[in-house]
Ligand binder design. Structure first.
Ligand code: SAH
Ligand code: SF4
Ligand code: F3S
Length: 439
């Protein structure tokens, strides 16, 4: 009988890429992708716990499967990803959803097929959550985001920002070797991928754990530039302002494939809040980095992550953040309300901010940034740009893709443009979107 799988993925690119690896493992074992969860024999959840609402969403979706599992006892339900790696979380999940078959941690991705086998025929939930990686260089992958491909360069995070759960669920920093990364990028470009995004919680830390023997992130960019030729776009994320060096910015500027686009999470514009977040930079240092980027690449688009409602955030702190966002003139921003995460230092800090205060601040921030984002888009009107076509939007009946700076553009064409670089002229803009005509 044909066996089918379905994967629900939550959270960041790291998880999207991990789902590609899980899909690869399953397809290697003869499984095929089901068109919907109800026709799959294996249903997988790759979870996120960065904020409470991310967890609530996962809980809701797993809970909704209870009846389906009762009616189809042979279906295997498995839960992996960041949620499962929190202290005590696997036991809690098992208690809440006893019908879940397998729970596996972020370090146990490569154990998945073995766990699936071990589980078969057994009734009790199987839990495997370790602190040691089962990660291997040779995990098969079924990539799902052509023409873009994700490539891990560093796993884990050592920064311990006081609000953040990631260091606890992803472990310490582990860099891959430069030759391994270069070989992967080369193979991708040779097989027709047009964009490669290098992934790490903090790519600027790349190489620190190799103790200087493997080179740093600038060396990695140079090696890719030297050894992977052809027309493709190179992106990377995320960057930590404290580790974004002039060496790196220079390496980016001289790499002709590197997009002039930097994601540089700010988090807060208040020095006091930044200190309590353990971000290890000041607003002045942040603006210096922005200046440095613009010195080397005057056209560079800078985007950011920022939050409101960190414990003790005063109106003045919030105004500092608003002020810095204006000065940095971000092309776009992900804006969040601080969410308490158990086990992080910020969770036990005094002066947690009431929800209505945070809500008011986030609305004000989103409105200001939306206007700024729209103003950035408006400057595109009349310009000719190159879009890498990613997909077709059925509702709009237009193709869509991004320019080098990450702006989404829509255009019509009478042929299938997916995977093509297409030259278009921007005729109209709306918020973060550009409407274009092929030239
Ligand atoms: N490693 C990346 C970020 C990963 S999480 C980096 O440092 O850039 C993505 C974003 O989620 C963070 O930049 C932060 O803005 C937000 N975030 C992290 N923890 C959060 C929390 N507890 N509450 C609200 N937002 C949070
Ligand atoms: Fe979290 Fe900070 Fe690490 Fe980013 S750098 S993953 S925000 S601890
Ligand atoms: Fe979420 Fe884990 Fe990414 S907590 S944001 S999926 S690293």
């Amino acid at each position: 009988m044909e066996k089918r799988y379905f994967i629900h993925t939550y959270g960041c690119q790291m998880n999207l890429h991990e789902s590609e690896k899980l899909a690869g493992l399953l397809e290697n074992a003869g499984y095929t992708l089901a068109s919907e969860p109800e026709s799959a024999e294996v249903i997988l959840f790759v979870t996120c716990c960065i904020r409470e609402n991310a967890e609530q969403k996962v809980y809701g979706h797993i809970g909704a499967l209870k009846r389906y599992k009762t009616e189809n006892p042979n279906v295997v339900i498995a839960v992996g990803g960041c949620m499962t790696q929190q202290k005590g979380a696997a036991e809690k999940l098992k208690e809440k959803f006893p019908f879940v078959d397998v729970i596996f941690g972020t370090h146990n991705l490569c154990d998945f097929m073995r766990l699936l086998e071990e589980k078969s025929g057994r009734k009790k939930t199987l839990i495997e959550v370790t602190e040691e990686d089962s990660e291997s260089e040779n995990t098969p992958m079924t990539r799902s985001s052509f023409p873009n491909a994700w490539v891990n360069v560093i796993y884990g995070c050592n920064n311990f920002c006081t609000y953040c759960i990631v260091p606890y669920v992803r472990g310490r920093e582990r860099s891959r070797a430069i030759p391994d990364v270069v070989a992967e990028v080369k193979k991708l470009v040779e097989s027709g991928y047009k964009e490669v995004t290098l992934l790490g919680q903090n790519v600027n830390s790349y190489g620190n754990d190799l103790k200087g023997e493997g080179g740093d992130f600038a060396d990695l960019l140079d090696a890719i530039g030297r050894e992977v030729r052809g027309k493709y776009r190179l992106r990377f994320m995320s960057n930590h302002p404290k580790d974004l060096t002039e060496r790196l910015v220079a390496a980016m500027a001289r790499n002709e494939n590197a997009c002039h686009s930097v994601h540089l999470p700010l988090q807060s514009g208040s020095n006091e809040i930044l200190r309590r977040m353990n971000r290890r930079y000041t607003r002045e240092a942040y603006m210096e980095k922005v200046g440095m980027i613009r010195k080397y690449m005057p056209d560079c688009a800078i985007s950011t992550d920022v939050m409101v409602g960190f414990p003790g955030e005063t109106d003045a702190d919030f105004e500092d953040t608003m002020d810095l966002m204006e000065r940095a003139d971000f092309a776009s921003a992900f804006m969040f309300v601080y969410s308490r995460r158990q086990g992080t230092p910020a969770d036990t800090m005094p002066d947690q901010i009431p929800e209505e205060v945070s809500r008011k601040r986030i609305m004000e921030m989103v409105a200001a940034q939306n206007a700024r984002t729209a103003a950035h888009s408006a400057k595109y009107t009349g310009r000719t740009i190159e879009i890498l076509c990613e997909d077709y939007d059925d509702k709009k009946q237009m193709y869509l893709g991004r320019d080098e700076y990450g702006r989404m553009g829509y255009f019509s064409s009478d042929k299938d443009e997916r995977g093509n670089f297409v030259t278009v002229k921007v005729t109209e803009t709306n918020g973060i979107s550009l409407y274009c005509e092929k030239v």
